[in-house]
Design a protein around this ligand. Structure first.
Ligand code: RIB
Ligand code: CA
Length: 322
């Protein structure tokens, strides 16, 4: 007997790769998307909400509540959008204006209501700066027990950063929020740039998405083609969608359990995710300069890229090799 669909809450900053993640999430029979919360990140909040609603309408997704959340990081100002995501923040697809509207409540309140009403703990899948989730954790400590796990795309493990030499965009955009969430002591799985950079499709495979029957597959193909043309490159990453693939099929990921600290100092290392890989004994004896965070989390070191390529493509009705 197949497992019942996993109930999740998605937090996004749509975003070209957030759109790929949304397409996978709303088409996957393994997931029960209870709510989608939007946060400023790749683009200003209004664009993030509009992009999310347009995409859901365009692929005739189920009527999932969508809410607008925090408009900027806890401390820093928003940074200019990264041009990869296009002028509108979603690969300039030019999708029709949305029919559906966001709910009237703030994203943090939609999180509260969704978790409160759930008859079981939910998995929170965070694909953006962690501002919404950090504020939720501080406002509703009594509801922490209704979070089964936070799965967050963010940070780096053993690879360089993207938005700075040492930091990944989601964490660097709001390091304090990231520290509040990743060091919370709640069950956390971090999907850093290490696996993020593994799962990609080449132009030939993207053509198969474009030729597919499902409008979700065609839309995914258009987004990946825009990414290829942007760089230019012969392949495109599925980015955030790899995080959702891991939620669907965790057996495809190799994780390590380590204490994490988010560097909140200024300068070149701000927003760096630091994992203490020393032995337990060494950590406890060599504590003169730095007390390791008590918060050990599961960090994804690598994934079976072909497994997640097949999962992403197959869920959208596209057959790929590898
Ligand atoms: O660093 C990659 C992350 O930053 C992805 O979530 C992408 O959508 C951007 O938000
Ligand atoms: Ca994102």
């Amino acid at each position: 007997m197949d497992n019942p669909p996993l109930p999740i809450l998605l937090d996004v900053d749509t975003g070209a790769d957030d759109a790929l993640a949304l397409l996978l999430a709303v088409r996957s029979p393994a997931l029960d998307v209870r709510a989608i919360t939007c946060v400023a990140g790749n683009h200003p909040l209004s664009n993030v909400v509009d992009n999310t609603l347009r995409l859901l309408d365009f692929v005739d997704a189920p009527d999932v509540p969508v809410a607008a959340g925090m408009q900027q990081p806890l401390l820093e100002a928003m940074r200019p959008p990264f041009p990869l995501h296009g002028n509108d923040g979603m690969a300039d697809l030019g999708l029709p204006s949305p029919r559906r509207k966001p709910v009237g409540e703030h994203a943090v309140e939609l999180m509260r209501r969704t978790l409160q009403d759930a008859d079981e703990p939910l998995t929170v899948v965070a694909l953006a700066p962690l501002t919404n989730i950090a504020v939720f954790l501080r406002m509703y400590p009594d509801l922490h027990a209704k979070i089964a796990r936070i799965v967050s795309m963010g940070g780096t493990f053993r690879v360089p950063g993207n938005t700075s030499p040492t930091a990944e965009f989601n964490v660097r955009q709001d390091p304090e929020a990231a520290a509040m969430v990743l060091e919370s002591g709640l069950p956390v799985t971090l999907y850093p740039l290490d696996p993020f950079r593994q799962v990609r499709f080449n132009r030939g495979e993207i053509a198969d998405f474009l030729a597919a029957d499902d409008v979700a597959a065609q839309t995914a193909g258009r987004i990946m083609l825009q990414m290829c043309d942007y760089f230019p490159a012969d392949s495109a990453l599925i980015g955030d969608a790899g995080t959702v693939a891991m939620v669907v099929d965790p057996e495809g990921a190799t994780t390590e359990r380590l204490p994490i600290t988010v560097d909140l100092a200024g300068g070149v290392n701000r927003g760096r995710t630091v994992f203490d890989e020393r032995s337990q004994k060494s950590r406890s004896t060599h504590s003169h300069w730095w007390q390791t965070s008590q918060a050990a989390i599961d960090v994804v070191a690598r994934v079976d890229a072909d497994r997640y390529r097949r999962l992403f493509a197959g869920t959208l009705g596209v057959q790929v090799g590898g």
